[in-house]
Design a protein around this ligand. Structure first.
Ligand code: XLS
Ligand code: CA
Ligand code: CA
Length: 437
């Protein structure tokens, strides 16, 4: 096969002084930060669907992107060639991971059996390419939202046959993820939600979703897949209300259904924005309940209320995210997946490189800044100090469950009033953060 990205060399680290747009200025994969290389910390992944299947059409116009490696057909052969082009891109960019939906990599057939056969034919090439390059599958997933059959949802469809079809499709997607040595499997809610409560039995749909997840956990054991399961929260789009609204909602759903030991969360920055949260809030909440698993690093646009899936460029944001990720010990099975597409007007193949290079450099800067902030310790020390009243005497008794309202009433009656508060020092802390960015 001829080179898909002819004329574009392998991307190297050239340092902050470099003016070469096809070089990293901050991401140096072999540089150590806090005892691990940047590549080990950041575990970058390319999203197959945006990088290789999204032509950047919008509701007002067709696709613009030039993809000379793609003949535009739905043939299996084209899908196999596309897979080879994708790996050329991953290799030149220097990422260790990629992610896909079943229907991104292989065309859907007229029947489920035909779709499965198409998928097997492309998975064969993906496997060859993984072995050739050493690039790994961060996670696989199934597209349960594009085909019209899923118009009412998948596991939450009012049509039981659609639930059954979804189960069959996920079973196959899990099998191929397993075959490719995938480190994880993502459940993003697709159309699991509603447009109108007038036609929806919300409680029944949530029960069906829980039953579906339970079946997935059982099947995982049946086929011996040991990768990590993730739920990816999103509050809206394509439905008016998505059941996996945000980290807290997913945590409630998982614990209510006894599934919290089987799943972690894949937190997407853009979905946090749509839920009215910051990216860091979603990460902190997930971490606080032991569910921080993996990250979709694409950002939204503060002025736009939809899922713009832009590449991350805001260093303040990447620093905040890396602070939370480092504080919680970094990634194990997870990584930073660029679930992002280039702007519609950035239509040339080289733009795909610029976009990813920028995202990788933005996270490298965030990693370095976060590591320096933690080493300096001023913010951590302040937080420790702020909660010091819980480390001894009455605070320690409350945390240990040794006292109740009666004891606390007596304690305060004896004491007369609470100790004075200390300042929260918000601006002082914001100033420290800015010193490192
Ligand atoms: C859509 C989601 C989706 C998941 C994978 O908004 O971000 O792409 O990451 O199904
Ligand atoms: Ca995502
Ligand atoms: Ca998104």
């Amino acid at each position: 096969m001829t080179e898909a990205f002819a004329g574009i060399p392998k991307i190297h680290y050239e340092g902050p002084e470099s003016k070469n747009p096809l070089a990293f200025k901050h991401y140096n994969p072999v540089e150590e930060v806090d005892g691990k290389t940047m590549a080990e910390h950041l575990r970058f992944s390319v999203a197959y669907w945006h990088a290789f299947r999204n032509g950047c059409a919008d509701p007002f116009g067709g696709p613009t992107r030039l993809m000379p490696w793609d003949d535009g057909s739905d043939s299996v052969e084209n899908a196999q060639n596309r897979a080879r082009a994708a790996f050329e891109f991953f290799e030149k960019l220097g990422v260790g991971f990629y992610c896909f939906h079943d229907r991104d990599v292989a065309p859907e057939g007229a029947t489920l059996a035909e779709s499965n056969a198409n998928l097997d034919a492309v998975v064969k090439v993906l496997k060859e390419e993984q072995e050739r390059t050493g690039i790994k599958l961060l996670w696989g997933t199934a597209c349960l939202f594009a085909n019209p059959r899923f118009m009412h949802g998948a596991s939450t469809s009012p049509n039981a046959d659609v639930f059954a079809f979804s189960a069959a499709q996920v079973a196959k997607a899990m099998e191929v993820t397993h075959e490719l040595g995938g480190l994880g499997y993502v459940f993003w809610g697709g159309r699991e939600g509603y447009k109108s409560l007038l036609n929806t039995d919300l409680g029944r749909e949530l029960d069906h979703m829980a039953r579906f997840m339970r079946m997935a956990v059982d099947y995982k054991k049946q086929i011996g897949f040991t990768g990590q399961f993730y739920i990816e929260p999103k509050p809206k789009e394509p439905t008016k209300h998505q059941y996996d609204f945000d980290s807290a909602t997913c945590h409630g759903f998982l614990t209510a259904n006894g599934l919290d030991g089987d799943f972690k969360l894949n937190i997407e920055a853009n979905h946090a924005t749509l839920a009215g949260h910051t990216f860091q809030h979603e990460l902190e909440f997930a971490a606080s309940v032991g569910l921080l698993g993996s990250v979709d690093a694409n950002r939204g646009d503060p002025q736009l209320g939809w899922d713009t899936d832009q590449f991350p460029t805001d260093i303040y944001d990447t620093t905040a995210a890396m602070l939370t990720i480092l504080k919680n010990g970094g990634f194990t099975t997870g990584g930073l997946n660029f679930d992002a597409h280039v702007a519609r007007e950035s239509f040339e193949p080289v733009d795909l490189f610029y976009a990813h290079i920028g995202g990788m450099d933005a996270f490298a800067r965030g990693l370095k800044a976060a590591s320096a902030i933690r080493a300096d310790g001023l913010i951590d020390d302040f937080v420790t100090q702020r909660y010091a009243s819980w480390d001894a005497s009455i605070g320690a008794d409350i945390e240990a469950g040794n006292v109740g309202f009666a004891e606390l009433s007596q304690y305060m009656l004896d004491k007369g009033d609470s100790d004075p508060n200390i300042s929260g020092r918000v601006e002082y802390l914001e100033n420290i953060l800015n010193e490192y960015i």
